[in-house]
Design a protein around this ligand. Structure first.
Ligand code: ATP
Length: 235
């Protein structure tokens, strides 16, 4: 479904990622691991059109998409759930969800159904539907960000560190729902520092250091890899 080949991205003269090769098959759940600044967010920005690649190719469903606008990419089925959530804090939960369907100009009936699906996945959002997004807890805001991304009916969902700043129990609940979204048919590419939680649900993963891939494999291979355990699992 998604193929990054020899992808490089620069910020001015600084090379943030270099010669990166990543493959994500349809229906897969793939995780990008790595510490702060390793380049995970930059890869997401390149895939979703927020940064232009300086080299290499991004192929999505057989088409080269490197450098296309974020709006076109959302229309083609790629949605980016960025780190920091980027909600509209003064708008209600419900209004934030409606904004997620904006690019597709869907009919009212379809939007209603999508919102119903999101509320089924996250009952707490239904409870809080008239509350301002900014008044929600960190975990609820993250759920809203994911819910809003689902409103665009993505084929591929890019999730950038959804567990950041959340309590372990909330992380567990969040990852259960992400796994459910994957089972329902959405392909997932997840960036995480929480390797322990991510490798429990992902099929495969890539480990990044300083903008390059240093290890890749199935989740089980990564979970039992000594270097990965030392650096990211703490055992
Ligand atoms: P984090 O979890 O902190 O977001 P990351 O693995 O996602 O880490 P990136 O945000 O992709 O890493 O950053 C990769 C490198 O690019 C870092 O060295 C970072 O300082 C640098 N960088 C990121 N954005 C910019 C920017 N807009 N201008 C210049 N350098 C940047």
């Amino acid at each position: 479904m998604l193929n990054l080949s020899n992808l490089s991205v620069k910020y001015g003269s600084f090379t943030a990622i270099e010669d990166v090769n990543v493959e994500v098959g349809e229906g897969e759940f793939v995780v990008l691991l790595g510490s702060n600044g390793a380049g995970k967010s930059t890869i997401f920005k390149a895939i979703s059109g927020l940064e232009k690649p300086s080299g290499g190719k991004i192929i999505f469903e057989g088409n080269s998409i490197g450098g296309l606008s974020p709006e076109r990419l959302v229309k083609s089925g790629i949605v980016h759930c960025a780190e920091g959530r980027e909600l509209f804090p003064r708008m209600t939960v419900h209004e934030n969800l409606i904004m997620g369907a904006y690019v597709h100009r869907k009919k009212k009936k379809e939007i209603k159904q999508s919102i119903k699906d999101v509320y089924e996945l996250f009952p707490i959002l239904h409870e809080k539907r008239e509350d301002a997004a900014g008044s929600l807890s960190g975990g609820q805001q993250q759920m809203l960000a994911i819910g809003r991304a689902l409103m665009a009916k993505p084929k591929l969902m890019l999730l950038d560190e959804p567990s950041i700043g959340l309590a372990p129990l909330i992380v567990e609940q969040m990852f259960d729902v992400i796994q459910q979204i994957n089972k329902d048919g959405t392909t997932i590419l997840l960036a995480e520092q929480n390797a322990n939680a991510a490798l429990k649900i992902a099929n495969r993963g890539y480990v990044f250091e300083n903008g390059s891939i240093v290890v890749q494999g199935t989740s089980e291979e990564l979970f039992t890899n000594d270097e990965v355990r030392k650096a990211y699992i703490g055992a």
